[in-house]
Design a protein around this ligand. Structure first.
Ligand code: ATP
Length: 224
């Protein structure tokens, strides 16, 4: 793995029976970036993110994480144990993660006013999303992968979450990759872009470079 990269994909593909959900996907994501994965419904975003999370095996190609890299994944449906309270979810996180940072997870919940002792099943969608973020953040990931993370949040909470996530990135040096099909959600936020259409990565690279028309990434560096 080349230094300075959080993640690299080469010729990545996923087929579900006869259908290729993702094909010939190659990109590099430098460490410390805030990356947006953009594409319409069905473009292959969830498929790619689930493979990065290690929950789905690629049909072809390879994915490489930085040495010692730890991925935290917040899935689109943000699965929580409905009978567990947020505090119990964090306790579970602590049991499952050797690198757990309880204070960081608790801080996240307190910033968003989530009742810590109420069963998750009785929380609003937005509050449940905050619990899922707290569990992910508490695991001290080097790469935080979020699948349409803002869809359950009202516009005010959306801005607050983005701002807190950017603070986490700045404070810890982690890399973040988040998907959306609403490009406006991430304008001015992401500094790296991956654009998927019909299972193909049509554009990838630094946002400023792409806007200036300088460089569109088409494969791994030959010197890596
Ligand atoms: P959305 O924004 O709607 O979540 P997406 O960009 O995340 O879409 P994927 O969920 O990755 O897209 O789906 C990509 C393609 O793969 C779609 O055509 C979808 O129907 C198909 N697909 C996804 N999961 C499966 C599966 N388990 N079995 C068969 N086909 C699947």
């Amino acid at each position: 793995m080349t230094d300075g990269l959080a993640l690299a994909a080469h010729g990545l593909g996923k087929r579900y029976r006869a259908t290729w959900a993702l094909r010939d996907c190659s990109f590099e994501l430098p460490t410390g970036r805030v990356a947006a994965l953009v594409g319409t419904n069905g473009a292959g975003k969830t498929t790619l993110l689930t493979m990065i999370a290690g929950l789905l095996q690629p049909t072809e190609g390879e994915l490489r994480l930085a040495d010692g890299g730890r991925v935290a994944f917040v899935a689109q449906d943000k699965p929580l144990y409905r009978a567990f309270t947020p505090l119990e979810m964090l306790r579970l996180g602590a049991e499952l993660n050797r690198q757990w940072d309880q204070q960081r997870a608790l801080d996240w919940l307190s910033r968003f006013d989530v009742p810590p002792r109420q069963p998750c099943g009785r929380l609003s969608g937005g509050q449940q999303a905050q619990v899922a973020f707290a569990v992910a953040i508490g695991s001290r990931p080097s790469l935080l992968v979020l699948d349409e993370p803002l869809s359950d949040l009202d516009p005010l909470a959306r801005r607050a979450v983005i701002s807190e996530l950017l603070t986490e990135v700045a404070d810890t040096g982690m890399t973040m990759l988040m998907s959306t099909h609403v490009v406006a959600e991430l304008s001015g936020v992401a500094d790296h872009l991956l654009l998927l259409a019909d299972g193909r990565l049509v554009m990838s690279g630094d946002v400023d470079d792409l806007l200036a028309g300088h460089r569109v990434y088409t494969g791994p560096r030959s010197d890596g």
